[in-house]
Design a protein around this ligand. Structure first.
Ligand code: FE2
Length: 325
């Protein structure tokens, strides 16, 4: 059972291949982000130009040909519309040519599931943190099996918050890691801390941090911004861990590449005798293997996909997806 997955929701065009849960390849080509951020049409053009070579590269690395593929998956959303469309078109073209089933995959669920798969955890709580998203999720059985969102950002994702701060501080991309580098050795300055139950907001913190750049050293501001944002995420996640009585926590998504965030969460779970797992950067960055993995799970569990559902959805929420596996 071999599945090829295509990821194209943001700056990465990725193609992964999985065979019964074993990753055979995970190749990608990333759009180089300028200081102006991402212009959707230009990123989509990049994906379109890169698609053939990345698919070829992934097949070659896996040591298989197109005709060995049994099913195909692509990212339906959430993401940037024109970028999602490139992946959708590539997947539909391959599925039609090969006469194989096609599965539209939720990007957030793919991040969570690939991390769960690698951790071998049974029923973890997941903190999903990326540019556009910051959510705390777990699987519930009722009224149908799905990921419920216990808490989330009410405004911007923590990744976008770090990106915006990095632009204001004239840092180079990749912005999240630039902020982390600048923050090394900084000292703490008090910042707005906005957690309500298991939800949180980041814009007040961002506005304050940008203003402070005029008065304080950028190192201290970056350190304090990072400590405050990650503490907010840790507090909300801790509350969700207590509420659900779960004994396993994963963190996933682009911001899960932050060593400081992982260390904070690890310390918190240790206090509650819960297990903690963070995947390697290869699987926290956007990638095709996670899309292939979920498409394979959908295929093997007999998920029925209607033609009308094979589209893209920029705001495709994880909690609307029925889990069939
Ligand atoms: Fe992502």
């Amino acid at each position: 059972m071999v599945t090829l997955g295509i990821e194209s929701s943001a700056h990465t065009f990725g193609v992964g291949i999985v065979d019964n849960g074993k990753f055979l390849s995970n190749k990608k080509d990333m759009y180089a982000i300028s200081d102006k951020g991402m212009i959707p049409r230009k990123v989509a053009d990049h994906h379109s130009d890169a698609s053939y070579a990345v698919i070829e590269d992934s097949l070659t690395y896996a040591g298989i040909s197109l005709h060995d593929i049994d099913s195909i998956g692509y990212t339906k959303g959430p993401g940037i519309g024109p970028c999602l469309r490139v992946g959708e078109l590539a997947a539909k073209t391959l599925a039609n040519k090969l006469h194989i089933p096609i599965y539209p995959v939720n990007h957030a669920i793919a991040h969570i599931e690939v991390t769960k798969h690698l951790s071998r955890f049974k029923d973890p709580l997941a903190l999903y943190v990326s540019g556009g998203n910051s959510q705390i999720l777990g699987v519930v059985a009722s009224p149908f099996k799905h990921y419920t969102v216990y808490g989330e950002t009410f405004d911007i994702g923590v990744g976008n918050m770090l990106d915006n701060f990095a632009r204001a501080a004239n840092l180079n991309p990749a912005w999240g890691s630039s902020v982390a580098k600048l923050a090394e050795g900084g000292k703490y300055i008090s910042m707005p801390y906005n957690v309500k139950g298991m939800d949180f907001t980041f814009t007040g913190l961002l506005t304050n941090a940008v203003k402070m750049l005029d008065k304080e050293s950028s190192k201290d501001v970056a350190f304090s911004l990072q400590e405050t944002a990650f503490s907010m995420l840790s507090e909300a996640t801790e509350r969700a861990l207590m509420l659900t009585s779960k004994k396993e926590l994963t963190v996933c998504g682009g911001v899960a590449q932050s060593a400081r965030l992982a260390a904070m969460l690890k310390g918190m779970t240790h206090m509650h005798k819960a297990k903690f797992y963070v995947a390697s950067n290869e699987y926290n960055a956007d990638n095709g293997a996670m899309i292939a993995l979920v498409a394979e799970k959908m295929h093997m569990s007999g998920a029925k996909i209607k033609d009308k559902d094979c589209n893209v959805q920029q705001r495709y929420r994880a909690d609307t997806v029925r889990i069939t596996w």
